[in-house]
Design a protein around this ligand. Structure first.
Ligand code: NAD
Ligand code: UD1
Length: 338
């Protein structure tokens, strides 16, 4: 079995390369390194003993894709490549639509030309509307996205669903990730955001290691158990294993299928800070600030469809997520150092 991983040098992509290689799947990466470092792939080799084949380039470069598909016979593609920074997407919407939708369209065109019609797509819990009751189910209401990034995922799902309807040979898993955090237990690969992190866990980790003075908790007056936002955090290694399980599913089932990947459990910001401090015996100074625009109080998954269809469920604990994040951050205080 041979798989093309677009965006494979990134955070989730590099962890997924490890799980693919550990499952004896030939792994080929295409990444333009716009938000990652090639060092992550060196680390994948350190962990697994095998280097993924690496093509440096853009998924929107049709001539390059044509060459990659001529040089390799893929059983399927995992499409991680995309831009993911919510506030940046508000400032540069056209860039986000062009990159995230353009890459998906070119990829599908070249895949179809080469008769490779199995795809795992990185979607997000952000496709769900804020009007829903929790937990979020795959058939909960979608749309009303609060930013262009969210709309690119919503539209990406729409495009892929229409492609699978028009041509029933396509098999597509639309994986809706909740909040991936953590790092490989080796501490060799992890999340390395450029600039000031937007997301909670990298901000906590960088505060603990001294790169940030203190965490601002965005709002403590939500209708939640301690007033802070509640999310469904899942370990990135569990998420990576979910992709291997999804490949197994699309080898056997056609059509486009949305599937939540989460734990089904909500964790508050303060739960997270306290667990991180306690598990790692480090300080994380924090203070309360106003709510962040566009945030919901609570967001967590109903996770049984993944169990039913993929035979997958998240296994690692919140303590594992905090411990593994800290191992990565404390042994690589500047990430991959680029
Ligand atoms: P990441 O930025 O670490 O990885 C994305 C990778 O894609 C990077 O290595 C980047 O260099 C590459 N890339 C971007 N545009 C490209 C292009 N046009 N051609 C080639 N390479 C390109 O992000 P991640 O956290 O690993 O996320 C992977 C995917 O999962 C993204 O599509 C993201 O939107 C989605 N997702 C992430 C989260 C999350 O919280 N991390 C949640 C839901 C969905
Ligand atoms: C993020 C993305 C969203 C995506 C989701 C799941 C942003 C703005 N949104 O949102 O598009 O669908 O992940 O992948 O990136 N928090 C703080 N202080 C901080 C950072 C965060 O208090 O410095 C709080 C937030 O208010 C929230 C919780 O921590 O309650 C989690 O925030 P974050 O990690 O950004 O995830 P999401 O809000 O789910």
């Amino acid at each position: 079995m041979k798989v093309l991983v677009t965006g494979g040098a990134g955070y989730i992509g590099s962890h997924t390369c490890v799980e693919l290689i550990n499952s004896s799947i030939d792994t080929v990466v295409l990444d333009n390194l716009c938000n990652s470092s090639e060092k992550s792939l060196d680390r994948v080799r350190e962990i697994t003993g095998t280097s993924p084949v690496f093509y440096k380039g853009d998924v929107r470069d049709e001539a390059l894709l044509e060459r990659i598909f001529s040089e390799n016979e893929f059983d399927c593609v995992i499409h991680f490549a995309g831009l993911k920074c919510v506030p940046e997407s508000v400032k540069k919407p056209a860039e986000y639509y062009e990159n995230n939708l353009g890459s998906t369209l070119v990829l599908c065109k070249v895949m179809a030309r080469h008769g490779c019609k199995r795809l795992v797509f990185s979607s997000s819990a952000t496709v769900y509307s804020a009007v829903n009751e929790m937990p979020l189910k795959e058939d909960s209401i979608k749309g009303d996205c609060t930013n262009p990034y969210g709309w690119t995922k919503y539209m990406g799902e729409r495009i892929l669903t229409d492609i699978a309807t028009a041509d029933p040979e396509w098999a597509i898993a639309l994986l809706r990730y909740f909040n991936p955090i953590g790092a490989h237990e080796s501490g060799l690969i992890g999340e390395d955001p450029r600039g000031i992190p937007n997301n909670l866990m990298p901000f906590i980790a960088q505060t603990a290691v001294g790169r940030r003075d203190r965490l601002t908790v965005f709002g403590n007056d939500y209708n939640t158990k301690d007033g802070t936002g509640v999310r469904d955090y899942l370990h990135v290694v569990d998420l990576a294993k979910g992709h291997v399980a999804a490949i197994g599913y699309i080898m056997e089932h056609k059509g486009a299928e949305p599937i939540n990947l989460g734990t089904g459990t909500g964790i508050s910001v303060l739960d997270m800070v306290e667990t991180f401090k306690q598990v790692n015996q480090v300080d994380v100074p924090y203070g309360f600030g106003p709510r962040r625009a566009g945030d919901v109080a609570t967001c967590y998954a109903q996770a049984d469809k993944a169990k039913r269809l993929l035979g997958w469920r998240a296994e690692k604990t919140l303590e594992d997520m905090c411990r593994d994040t800290w191992r990565w951050q404390s042994s690589n205080p500047d990430g991959y150092g680029e």
